[in-house]
Design a protein around this ligand. Structure first.
Ligand code: SF4
Length: 350
C-alpha cells in the first residue's frame, strides 16, 4: 500500500481549522498525552474529560502517579472501566522513575517496553509530544485509511495494521508529526464516522477517497464477526448493619481486579431462599434489577437491601459517605447505590 503526500497536505489545514478544544491539547507534555491516550482507549471523549481533569489535578506528573496508593488510584479511575489500564499506568510510572530518572522516553521503541504501552500509544506519545514520524493507528485511523484506499482486508489483523502504519510513516510531514497524528484521529472521530455514516460532504479527503468514489464506504472497514457474549446471573446483597454496608474486595487478578463490590451470589435467589439460609436477615423492599455489559460477558443482576444484626467478619463495613469517597466500586454496581447511599450524600464518582 502507498499513500500520497496529498494526504497530510489536505488534512493539516483542515485540522488547524476544525480541531476540537480538548484539555489534553493544551500543551504537548508527554505525561498529559499519555494519560489522555490511555483514558480514551475505551472511553468517549465527552465522558473522559471530567476524569482527565480530576486525575491531572491530583496526579499532575509521573512522580505523583508512581507514588499514589492503589486504592486512591482505583477511586480516581472508578467508572471508567478496564481497570488494568490504571494499574499499568502506575507500574509504568514507577519504571519511568526507576529506569529513566522520571524523564519520559521520546522514542517509540523504548516507550513500548513500558507496561500498557503498545504500538498505538507509543506512536501517539512519540508523534504528539516529541514530533517524531511515528504513526498511531487506532480504530478511527484504520477506518479512514481502509476507506481512503478501499482496502478489503480484515483490519483486525496485525499485519494489516502494520501495513497501514508503514504506509503512513512514509508520508509523515516533518515538523507537523503531532498535528498529522491528531488530524487522522480527529477525521475518524468527527467526519469519517463508523456504521456506514461518513460525512463525505465535509471531508477534506473526499477527492482522494476510493470508497467515496465507488460508493463502498458503508461496507468498510472489513471486520470479523463478533462472538456472542456469555450471560451470568447474580444476586447482589446490599447488607446493612447499624448504618454501615458490607463490601468485599475482588481478587487481585481477573475482571475488576482489586475493586470493591457488594457481596453477591451466583444465580438468582428468591427472598424466601435468602431468608431460609439466613433467618436473622431482614429483607427490605423490592429487589432492584440491573444489567451490566462487559466485553465478553453480561451480568444480569438482582439486588436486595438486607438488614443484618451483626457485622459479618468476612466483609469490610463502610459508612455511606465512604462508599462514595474511599472505596472504588465499579459502575456495574451503580444501580444498587440507591439501596445504600441517600441521594444527598452521593457525589459523581460512584
Ligand atoms: Fe471517510 Fe468519506 Fe472522507 Fe472517504 S470521503 S475518508 S469515506 S469521510
Amino acid at each position: 500500500m502507498r499513500l500520497s503526500n496529498a494526504l497530510p497536505e489536505a488534512l493539516l489545514p483542515w485540522f488547524a481549522r476544525n480541531a476540537r478544544v480538548l484539555p489534553w491539547r493544551k500543551n504537548r507534555n508527554p505525561y498529559r498525552v499519555w494519560i489522555s491516550e490511555i483514558m480514551l482507549q475505551q472511553t468517549r471523549v465527552e465522558a473522559a474529560i471530567g476524569y482527565y481533569e480530576r486525575f491531572l489535578a491530583e496526579l499532575p506528573d509521573v512522580k505523583s502517579l508512581a507514588e499514589v496508593s492503589d486504592d486512591r488510584l482505583m477511586k480516581l479511575w472508578q467508572g471508567l472501566g478496564y481497570y488494568s489500564r490504571a494499574r499499568n499506568l502506575k507500574t509504568a510510572a514507577k519504571e519511568i522513575v526507576s529506569r529513566f530518572g522520571g524523564t519520559f522516553p521520546s522514542d517509540a521503541e523504548t516507550l513500548r517496553t513500558l507496561p500498557g504501552i503498545g504500538a498505538y500509544t507509543a506512536g501517539a506519545i512519540a508523534s504528539i509530544a516529541f514530533d517524531r514520524p511515528e504513526p498511531a493507528v487506532d480504530g478511527n485511523v484504520l477506518r479512514v485509511i481502509a476507506r481512503l484506499t478501499e482496502c478489503r482486508e480484515d483490519v483486525s489483523k496485525e499485519c494489516v495494521r502494520k501495513e497501514f502504519a508503514e504506509a503512513l510513516r512514509a508520508v509523515y510531514p516533518a515538523g507537523s508529526c503531532g498535528a498529522f497524528t491528531q488530524s487522522l484521529m480527529e477525521l475518524g472521530a468527527m467526519v469519517c464516522l463508523p456504521n456506514g455514516a461518513p460525512l463525505c460532504g465535509e471531508c477534506p479527503l473526499a477527492e482522494q477517497c476510493l470508497a467515496r468514489a465507488h460508493g463502498t464506504s458503508a461496507g468498510l472497514p472489513v471486520k470479523p464477526e463478533k462472538k456472542a457474549r456469555r450471560t451470568e446471573e447474580k444476586t447482589v446483597l446490599v447488607l446493612s448493619c447499624r448504618g454501615k454496608f458490607a463490601l468485599k474486595k475482588r481478587p487481585a487478578k481477573g475482571l475488576l481486579a482489586g475493586l470493591y463490590e457488594f457481596p453477591n451470589l451466583e444465580g438468582f435467589h428468591t427472598a424466601a431462599e435468602l431468608r431460609n439460609a439466613h433467618p436473622d436477615w431482614r429483607m427490605e423492599g423490592a429487589p432492584v434489577s440491573a444489567v451490566h455489559i462487559f466485553t465478553h460477558v453480561e451480568w444480569h443482576m438482582r439486588g436486595w437491601r438486607i438488614e443484618c444484626p451483626v457485622e459479618l467478619p468476612e466483609f469490610v463495613w463502610a459508612a455511606p459517605a465512604e462508599l462514595e469517597t474511599v472505596y472504588s466500586i465499579p459502575s456495574a454496581f451503580r444501580a444498587f447505590r440507591g439501596l445504600a447511599v441517600p441521594a444527598e450524600q452521593r457525589d459523581s464518582l460512584f
